[in-house]
Design a binder for this molecule. Structure first.
Ligand code: GLN
Length: 246
């Protein structure tokens, strides 16, 4: 039995589209394999430890994101940087993705600085990019279709320090123009995929669990396969709804 230590950042502020569902999936997929998940929730003003295996940042509306953007550099950025340098995992969704990058300029022009763990910068555009989103994701040379829902004003562009998580098959992705979705630097992943993300995408859930357990144990991990019939049906339904051919 192994223990995966997760630090859930700003569960009270960054919780749009059931971000807690992602934590629930991490918990169950660990428990089904006999592992244990420990979750530390850290809100505004709470300092965080640098020794956790997986850090999670969810999405939020601009007003919630503003409060978080003010707190992140003061109480959490240094620990996050040191955890990433140590090989810990970051999963950042939507507003969290924007703040894990260099920053987000909101519709009213206000700038929310990010913490630069991803080489991505975001500026809000005049319309929101909303709808079902299907991407062909690639991590460690493995390709999988990943599905979800997006709703963001931000247009994100990547610098050379990050690669996209995937290519858009249907939907808008980072900016509606270059076909990229999300950003990856090492074991830090940012994405616009909500839904929540992990219930319908067991491959991605298991990738971040495996990375986290490898950080915990300091050695390569092979996860036992699970019976994912329900998860695969939900995935297929999302692909069909988005109108992508199977
Ligand atoms: N406020 C950000 C935007 O609109 C992020 C939205 C979200 O997390 N859903 O781009």
């Amino acid at each position: 039995m192994a223990v995966l230590r997760v630090c859930h950042l700003y569960p009270g502020e960054l919780n749009i589209y059931a971000d807690r569902g992602n934590i629930a999936v991490l918990r169950r997929r660990c428990e089904w394999r006999g592992h244990r998940l420990e979750v530390l929730e850290a809100g505004i003003g709470d300092p965080i430890p640098a020794d956790h295996d997986l850090y999670y940042l969810g999405g939020g509306q601009d007003r919630d994101q503003l409060v978080v953007a003010e707190d992140l550099p003061a109480t959490k950025a240094a620990a996050l940087r040191s955890a990433m340098a140590d090989g810990a995992v970051l999963l950042a969704v939507c507003g969290g993705f924007q703040l894990a990058g260099h920053g987000y300029t909101a519709v009213d022009g206000s700038r929310m600085p990010g913490i630069g763990l991803l080489d991505a910068d975001t500026v809000a555009g005049p319309t929101r990019l909303i709808g079902d989103l299907v991407i062909e994701a690639e991590l460690e040379g493995e390709r999988h279709r990943v599905v979800g829902f997006e709703n963001h004003a931000g247009r994100t562009t990547l610098g050379p320090g990050s690669v996209p998580l995937g290519r858009v098959s249907s939907g808008h992705g980072n900016n509606g123009a270059d076909g990229g979705e999300g950003a990856v630097t090492g074991r830090a992943i940012g994405t616009y995929l909500h839904g929540p993300l992990l219930p319908k995408n067991p491959w991605l859930a298991d990738t971040v669990i495996r990375w986290g357990l490898e950080h915990a144990g300091g050695a390569p991990v092979r996860l036992d396969p699970l019976e994912d019939h329900l998860e695969e049906s939900a995935h297929a339904a999302a692909v069909a709804r988005a109108g992508v051919r199977r």
